[in-house]
Ligand binder design. Sequence first.
Ligand code: NIG
Ligand code: FE
Length: 413
Amino acid sequence: MKLLLTHIKELLQVRDNAPAKLSGAEMNHLPTLKNAWLLVKDGKIFDYGSMTKMPETKGFKTIDCKGKIVLPAWCDSHSHLVYAGNREQEFVDRIKGLSYQEIAEKGGGIVNSAKKLQQTSEDSLYKQSAKRLEEVMRLGTGAIEIKSGYGLTTEAELKMLHVAKRLAEHYPITIKTTFLGAHAIPTEFKNNKDGYLDLICNEMLPKVAEQQLASYVDVFCEEGYFSVSDTERILSEAKKYNLIPKIHVNQFNAIGGVAIGVKYKALSVDHLEVLTDDDIAALKGSETMPVALPSCSYFLSIPYTPGRKIIDSGLPLALATDYNPGSTPSGNMNFVVSTACIKMRLTPEEAINAATINGAYAMGLSETHGSITKGKVANLIVTKPIPSYGYLPYSFGSNHIEMVILNGKEIKQ
Ligand code: NIG
Ligand code: FE
């Protein structure tokens, strides 16, 4: 299948030699090509150029993009998209005054989702998750990371990862999977956290590795969940299976998880709503990508990750959704980009870079995703006619997407 997009008002994120990631100093620049064409062949970006020098169009399906902007599809490097049911009741409880932590202490939260998921068949879990995946594809996401962590038993954790694997086989979106057995302490292990850590290390990790169900390992490093030393135990055990860390740190408290992530060469450290100068110092000079999840802050009414400070300190930043039933029941990357501008004071250029090229890095896809580069996967967003790319985050809450192309094929809107 050959596609030719013509008369593109502005082609964003055009990079002949795309770097793996952009530092804070580089993020304010978004390379664009005005009045452009883009050629897609065999699911890949084949070529692009200016309309003043049009290629031969014979044999190509042509799409007229007059007045429209084309950009690489979003790379959502942090999600919990595979889950069962919802937690609408907890949403109402929070409106009435309970905090996220108080709800968790009452047996709600992650263990509540785990109970539901354990009782859900693999087929039903697949169907519920597929519906969400189809929605995020329509919203312009072309690559997504999916975590386990709502199983909390070996069987249910494997079930979640099997569902993610089936989704990856069935849909054109690129999926990377992460094992998050250490998401919460299951009720049965309430007074025996070490027993649960033993289960993760001695049973879950070997099975996940043996069945090749995940590329990454995650831990919710937080007071009331897993301590820094618990995190260290899991990361060092996971290293034996070549599972690279991508961890939840500093959502509510800064307890030293960032430095541990860096020590274990984490690909990313995610959340960072509470970030100390020591955390920033630990990240300096590392290969670890800080990831902000502004929709989570929005939904839980907690502080926003100091994205401006992270970028101003020279560190790179990626943006992701955190799509999950408890803290972020939304997988909309357009909202994430907008919220990062509005609430974290990122410029449109910085936010788009954070949600494409740096997002691709945070999920190990720099080689293939995140920019308009020859040979990369043809995952594209075509907008409706809009005045400029800054209009995307500016005009929040509206859907500006006209067409999404994944692996060179159009997704039904
Ligand atoms: O990233 N913080 C830990 N995990 C999820 C939320 C889990 C839940 O509430 O179900 C998050 O926000
Ligand atoms: Fe998360």
